[in-house]
Design a binder for this molecule. Sequence first.
Ligand code: NDP
Length: 334
Amino acid sequence: MSIPTTQKVVLFDKIGDGYDNIKYTDAEVPAVGPHDLLIKNHFTGVNFIEAYFRKGYYPSEQPYIFGREASGEIVAVGAEVSKYQVGDKVAYLSGETFAQYTKVADSSVRIAKLDSNLTHDQLKLYGAILTQGLTALTFTEETHNVQKGEFVLVWAASGGVGRLIVQLAKNKGGRVIAIASTDEKLKIASSLGAEFVINSTSEDIVARVKEITNGQGVAVSFDSVGKDSFEISLEALARKGSLVSYGNSSGLVPPVTISRLSAKNIKLTRPQVTPYVTTQEEWDHYTGVLFKEIESGRLDFDISKTYQLKDYAEAAKALESRQTTGKLVLEIPQ
Ligand code: NDP
């Protein structure tokens, strides 16, 4: 296969809140060193984190090519690469995946080899599941290992990560209380196993949690909303509860004085998915569990909309303005 010297990518070159700084443009195809793979991407998942980089919440160097995860086919390998071959289908975590080609070092553990005869739709699924799937899985296992019978509060419960946490917590015997901003979104959470639902637009969340839990509060709050939800999560927790603050969809959580945690002996964590999948063993374990859950149908993963790569700005607008449920995916031009 001949590899071009230029490719289409989506990047931003200036920090800003708006969407005008999202550019679909040409860039060089990366040169492959002796220990590199060049992957021709087919699908890449859309994640909220891109907004944090674009808005400057997280530091970045510009131009910044968006993207965290993708699926595709290896089209070139460096002279020293032995573990992979041209033609291998893979799903992987890496930066710069909103691009036709991504270079990845062969030492990266975050590459999963896929079946060579996957269908188009399966390739789409694997290009989109890794970030949110591994986040939901590792957080419900390691950040707070959900126990049978305990009350579990899930924010943005019909969203990409949220709807997976609802199902995983429920499957572990947790009693899920789902929060979302509309009744349509709450219907989705109920259909996935949430036992109780709270509409964040029209209900008093703390009062409802107290009512549901007989005044005790929840054992854990999986909170991706951040600025607008942190105080509510803290109040809704039971004594010895865990606040898993893992996102900033509404803005960054302001600094917290740790002595505030002592009144109820709260455990506060701010986890990130990648440090849970750093060794080959961890990666193989969690991707193995995730793929099995998906393939067996025990975990319902919903790709709610597929956009073309060039239309990422539209996808970002929809995600950031709370119009979406499930996962958004970009299809890469071949
Ligand atoms: P979602 O599908 O959950 O979309 C975001 C949702 O957040 C919205 O649909 C909305 O749900 C809710 N929300 C509440 N307030 C706001 C607001 N002011 N603006 C926008 N959305 C708001 O996105 P993802 O599944 O992609 O990501 C969920 C969160 O998880 C993000 O914060 C992301 O950064 C984080 N994350 C963290 C990881 C980590 O390693 N720590 C890894 C992956 C994701 P509703 O309308 O129901 O309130």
